[in-house]
Design a protein around this ligand. Structure first.
Ligand SMILES: Cc1ncc(COP(=O)(O)O)c(C=O)c1O
Length: 422
């Protein structure tokens, strides 16, 4: 599938004049300059096609153009947003829950870390060295000390190092906020959340779970060893999950959830302009951003009507296809004599065969280019020796490998795996 259908879209309800239609035609031309994100043969970055229902719901709501900052600007969609947050909270085991949608995972993580600092002005944020870069950046924005914790060979936060750092902080009378990532961006690794929670209890630490990418896999048949860590999310203090990643939404839709609704007090502020129309909660009263898209809430709400967040439901089965796709590609890679990391979720990381890191890196870059020329779009990733269990001669510091994010159910197809690797 390519983007030529954009040229034939009809906007009958909009009463567009000839000039507007010509502009849209030029836009459709400009939009052709894109990778084919919707197609099976796009398996590169974390880009999942939004569901047409979500697009239609957003488009419908955009006629109203609601602003979920206050009930003044978005009465109906604020109610939809509360319903959506309650459903996300239920999936994660946060009942009751306080939360809201955000522009994306970065903003959502910023808010969770900001609340951590509000609760303890001296907190230090500890996150897996392979956690999303947003955590070191956002702690810089917030002025919170940040420490990257070493990862083990499977990309998971190393518990013994975490304990050492927690002990050192305790000896100085300090406490930590531990960020556990359920689904790292590079390899989809799962931090050992259940064990982290035990440590957090001993050291009175706060726990934030970055499940921006992996959160929806709570409903799916993740590997036995990871299941308990997904089950443990209910014991976290805050969670980030991005509907614009696995939740079938167009971009501009993350979510932050808090287990303790009383953290809403830290958001307390006065708005001289809004909050007049009702004494009910205005979402702006518990949000750092001011104006926010009510249409985004409509998109998630409609999608959850069709795909309720239940284990073994249609949505969970779609996610299972992605898990099977990554495992299938991994097994096929091994059969072809490639190096491959066992996938924790739906991200498969592999390398063409060989031993010397510099040659392999060059070979993998060529492979990536060759595949793109064939119309199969993958991604690249840099691995350090500690992240790489393969027997390799390390003549350079980082190995460039191939990364494939298999977010679409159509990726669960042996013909596709052979086409990727062949
Ligand atoms: C684990 C994780 N956290 C946070 C983010 C940042 O989210 P966003 O790109 O929505 O700002 C990402 C993005 O890939 C991610 O994978």
């Amino acid at each position: 599938m390519d983007w030529t259908f954009l040229k034939t879209l009809k906007f009958e309800e909009l009463n567009l004049d000839k000039e507007d239609q010509d502009i849209l035609h030029s836009l459709a031309e400009r939009l052709q300059d894109n990778y084919p994100y919707h197609a099976q043969h796009y398996a590169g970055q974390m880009i999942k096609p939004p569901h047409p229902l979500a697009q239609a719901a957003q488009w419908m709501a955009s006629f109203v153009n609601p602003n979920n900052h206050a009930l003044d600007g978005g009465r109906a969609t604020s109610a939809l947003e509360l319903e959506v947050i309650s459903q996300l909270g239920q999936m994660m085991g946060f009942t009751p829950v306080l939360g809201h949608l955000t522009a994306g995972g970065t903003m959502a993580n910023l808010e969770a870390l900001w609340i951590s600092r509000k609760i303890d002005a001296n907190t230090t944020v500890l996150a897996n060295e392979l956690a999303h870069y947003t955590h070191s950046r956002m702690t810089e924005v917030l002025g919170i000390p940040f420490k990257a914790m070493p990862a083990d060979a499977e990309g998971r936060m190393c518990l013994s190092d975490l304990k050492l750092v927690l002990t050192a902080l305790k000896s100085k009378g300090q406490r930590a906020t531990i960020v556990a990532t359920l689904g790292t961006t590079g390899t989809g690794s799962i931090d050992p959340l259940e064990d982290i929670i035990d440590l957090a209890k001993q050291f009175d630490a706060r726990i934030h779970v970055d499940a921006a990418y992996g959160g929806y896999f709570k409903l799916a048949d993740v590997q036995h060893g990871s299941k308990r860590h997904f089950e443990a999310v209910q014991y976290a203090d805050s969670i980030v999950i991005d509907p614009h990643k696995h939740g079938l939404q167009p971009y501009g839709c993350g979510a932050v959830l808090f287990k303790d609704p009383t953290v809403g007090r830290f958001y307390k502020h006065d708005s001289p302009y809004t909050y007049f129309t009702s004494t009910d909660l205005h979402l702006g009263e518990i949000t750092l951003e001011c104006s926010r898209s009510g249409a985004a809430a409509a998109g998630v709400w409609a999608t959850l009507k069709k795909f309720p967040l239940v284990p073994r439901g249609v949505f969970a089965k779609r996610l299972n296809h992605s898990l099977q796709a990554a495992n299938g590609l991994h097994r096929q890679a091994l059969d072809f004599g490639y190096h491959s990391l066992p996938p924790a979720l739906d991200i498969c990381v592999f390398s063409t065969p060989g031993k010397k890191a510099s040659l392999l890196s060059a070979q993998n870059r060529d492979f990536f280019e060759r595949k793109a020329a064939e119309g199969i779009h993958l991604a690249l990733l840099k691995l350090k020796p500690s992240q790489c269990p393969w027997a390799i001669e390390w003549d350079i510091e980082e190995l460039v490998v191939i990364r494939s994010v298999l977010m679409k159910p159509e990726h669960n197809d042996p013909h596709f795996w052979k086409a990727v690797l062949g």
